[in-house]
Design a protein around this ligand. Structure first.
Ligand code: ZN
Length: 222
């Protein structure tokens, strides 16, 4: 599985993304299931973990895009990253019980996928990291949603030059925290100097550096 190819493959207009994500899961023999509600279809990937005493960690990202957008940066990049991690955690033990959830219909403005997920599941002893807009730039930012319980240490924030934002536009992280009552983080990537965010870019050639930084960080902290 190559992260750049995956990103290009999933960066298509809706409604084709879901099927393309499923293609990749099948091709890589990654077990998955659908979490279906009246107006959403989330994709759930649970790498095997036999130790249920571990804290559960939801790794989440929305897979839908704004109408008419190829959505490479928002949010195909996050999907490609989570598919890569899904494969990684099939073969590597994490200190958490990992569950990866790809949410539908975030861009509806109603967050149907994440809202449906937190209201239809009993979720306890669980943290989350939500990824939104991570494809382009050299500058990782996090938004803490309550106490992150040490998911990212101060040392790692320094090492990876991570900036902390107090505020970010509403996203699935807000639903996980405010409705689901979960603690966690949102991770995004921006350019250090220019605060122009191209949410709906079609081309993906600048994405690889951001990926590698985040991938290294995640393998370190999970
Ligand atoms: Zn987004």
């Amino acid at each position: 599985m190559n992260i750049k190819n995956t990103l290009e493959y999933v960066s298509v207009l809706d409604p084709y993304r879901k099927n393309r994500i499923v293609d990749i899961l099948k091709e890589n023999k990654i077990p998955y299931s659908f979490d279906i509600g009246s107006n959403y279809t989330n994709i759930v990937i649970t790498p095997q973990c036999t130790d249920t005493s571990k804290t559960k960690m939801l790794l989440t990202a929305h897979y839908d895009a704004v109408e008419g957008s190829f959505g490479a940066n928002d949010n195909g990049a996050a999907i490609a990253l989570l598919l890569q991690l899904a494969k990684y955690f099939m073969f590597h033990e994490s200190k958490y019980q990992i569950e990866i959830v790809l949410f539908d219909k975030e861009e509806s403005g109603h967050f149907y996928g994440s809202l449906g997920y937190v209201t239809s599941h009993v979720i306890k002893n669980t943290l989350f990291i939500n990824f939104d807009v991570i494809g382009c730039g050299d500058h990782i930012t996090i938004v803490r949603h309550d106490n992150n319980l040490g998911i990212i240490t101060v040392d790692n924030m320094r090492k990876y030059n991570i900036a902390e934002f107090e505020f970010f536009p509403p996203s699935d992280a807000m639903i996980l925290n405010q409705i689901g009552r979960l603690n966690g983080l949102e991770i995004s990537v921006f350019h250090r100097k220019i605060l122009i965010i191209n949410f709906h870019m079609k081309f993906v050639n600048t994405c690889i550096m951001a990926y590698m930084i985040i991938l290294n960080l995640l393998i370190m902290i999970l």
